[in-house]
Design a protein. Structure first.
Length: 231
């Protein structure tokens, strides 16, 4: 059963808060109203909609640029379309976000896949894999797993163990700190950043000329670090 949810004075809501213990949560940004399937909801005076469910699946359609907060213990989270500020908290499961103005994801274990984030993508993952296609900037903390950022501006990455692959833009600042693992940073062709590496044991391969076109700093206890141009 689908329910259209009006906002104050008939306006579409701009913020949805979703809570589920164990369910598959699907959010799609399209149209100019919010439609809820498979869950109960309440609306606050400011137009914030609270959705709670114990069913196996909840499907939500919301307006473009809508802010979304999702909290699940376990289950799969899928958010498609152009959303506003997206916050996801999950103990376990897969998280997929297609497009957001800004992003904050916290997960104990699982896989996080993100398409585009206009501003800051902040991610804290205990174990798993995080992939983002494009972000204005990233702030990532992972204990163990793999981090892949295909295109971003400024970046802060902290990792205990695992693999970090980062493609940054010219003139941006990158700070990577890891205990052990492999780190790969690529910059646009012709970019000449200031590079500082502090590796206690391991190997460093830096194939970019030093300059003042942004800064790359990598600190590691052990591992291999590669800094190179990309075509």
């Amino acid at each position: 059963m689908a329910s259209a949810v009006p906002g104050p004075a008939g306006l579409p809501p701009t913020r949805i808060v979703i809570a589920s213990k164990s369910a598959r949560v699907n959010v799609v940004a399209r149209g100019d109203e919010l439609v809820v399937r498979g869950a109960a909801y309440t609306t606050e005076p400011d137009g914030t909609v609270h959705v709670t469910t114990r069913s196996a699946s909840v499907d939500i359609e919301c307006p473009d640029d809508c802010d979304v907060v999702i909290g699940v213990e376990s289950g799969r989270v899928s958010a498609k379309g152009r959303l506003g500020a997206v916050r996801v908290s999950s103990e376990s499961g897969r998280v997929e976000v297609e497009s957001a103005r800004e992003l904050d994801v916290r997960s104990q274990s699982g896989r996080v896949e993100v398409g585009t984030v206009e501003g800051l993508a902040r991610v804290n993952v205990t174990s798993g894999r995080f992939t983002v296609g494009r972000a204005g900037s990233v702030d990532i903390a992972v204990q163990s797993g793999r981090v892949v950022v295909q295109d971003c501006g400024d970046a802060i990455v902290q990792s205990l163990s695992g693999r970090i692959e980062l493609a940054t833009r010219a003139g941006c600042d990158v700070d990577i700190r890891t205990t052990s693992g492999r780190v790969s940073v690529s910059v646009p062709r012709g970019c000449c950043p200031s590079v500082v590496t502090d590796i206690r044991s391991g190997r460093v391969d830096c194939a970019v000329p030093q300059g003042n076109d942004g800064a790359i700093s990598v600190h590691a206890v052990s591992g291999r670090v590669t800094i190179e141009e990309r075509s």
